[in-house]
Design a protein around this ligand. Structure first.
Ligand SMILES: C[S@@+](CC[C@H](N)C(=O)[O-])C[C@H]1O[C@@H](n2cnc3c(N)ncnc32)[C@H](O)[C@@H]1O
Length: 286
């Protein structure tokens, strides 16, 4: 998602990224049905509904995104429906609603500007907030992971999902810090990582960027959801239907390319292009 726009009440609050490319790939047509698996601020959904007299069923796992979309539902009545479910379950949700097939699916993977901008959601270290990071506002939070997982598990998460070279040193510092008091705030974690890097930034980026990304991906099982979402889309797309996926992260990109190459019969299972591990740990009691 791009920078905040000068939004009016009836316009999207954030500029959707790559919108022209998405519309070009999806090619919305009248009387067809599309799924927007990542509704967010509704930028893609609105553009699809404006491009053709079609229908959109939009999913988001974040209850605040769904609540904020009610005005858009009224604007496009009866062509837009919002569903508060993860996109990994879109096929069963559509079947429950009696819609067996759709003409296109779009997924804009990642976190929204609204989520990043809201300090209380804990996704960002730019402003202090609780170490939460749960898109769906349920299940174990980032603080639960940091305060109850073993040092090795924390290091693995930061290494695999953040591609962070200093993952072991960061995990060691986390475990040392929590013996004094549990980690609770985004600023505490950002400062801890900065100390591991002796206060140095790399390429102008805060060194905690990769650690925050890793925790967010793990807490929300984002790679598992992406795999489930691709399989669900395959189930409900009509022959000739279109799948459009926007990713910015190399691990997600690999999953999408691998999936498409497999379906095109070009790659064996177990390719070296797959992520090395999809970490599964028993969630802590919380
Ligand atoms: C990058 S934003 C999408 C922005 C949107 N394209 C727009 O134009 O406003 C990603 C959104 O997808 C949601 N999301 C992420 N993973 C999801 C999942 N597995 N199922 C449903 N929603 C998800 C997030 O809560 C967030 O609101």
């Amino acid at each position: 998602m791009g920078a905040p726009s000068g939004a009016t009440p009836d316009a999207p609050r954030h500029l959707p990224v790559m919108l022209a490319d998405v519309l070009d790939a999806l090619q919305p047509k009248a009387h067809e049905t599309y799924i927007d698996g990542t509704f967010g601020a509704g930028g893609y959904t609105r553009a699809i509904l404006e491009a053709a007299n079609c229908r959109v069923v939009a999913f988001d796992r974040d209850p605040t995104a769904i609540a904020a979309g009610s005005e858009l539902v009224r604007t496009f009545e009866p062509r837009l429906s919002l569903v508060h479910r993860p996109f990994g379950r879109m096929a069963e949700a559509m079947h429950d609603a009696g819609l067996m097939h759709v003409d296109g699916v779009v997924l804009d993977i990642g976190v929204s500007s609204m989520q990043l901008d809201e300090a209380e959601r804990g996704f960002s270290f730019q402003s202090d907030g609780p170490l939460d990071m749960r898109m769906a506002c349920e299940g174990p939070s980032a603080a639960d992971v940091l305060n109850s997982f073993s040092e090795e598990q924390i290091a693995d998460i930061i290494y695999e999902y953040g591609e962070e070279r200093r993952s072991r040193a960061i995990a060691r510092a986390v475990v040392k810090a929590r013996t004094e008091a549990p980690l609770r705030r985004t600023r505490e974690l950002a400062d801890l990582v900065l100390r591991v890097f002796h206060g140095r930034k790399e390429d102008g980026r805060h060194p905690a960027t990769r650690t925050f990304q890793a925790l967010r991906i793990f807490v929300n099982d984002e790679l598992g959801e992406l795999e489930r979402g691709l399989r669900a889309a395959e189930k409900i797309l009509k022959p000739g239907g279109r799948l459009v996926v926007v990713t910015f992260h190399s691990l997600e990109d690999r999953i999408v390319k691998q999936f498409l190459a497999e379906r095109a019969g070009k790659v064996d299972h177990g390719s070296r292009h797959l992520p090395q591990k999809n970490l599964q740990f028993t969630p802590p009691d919380c």
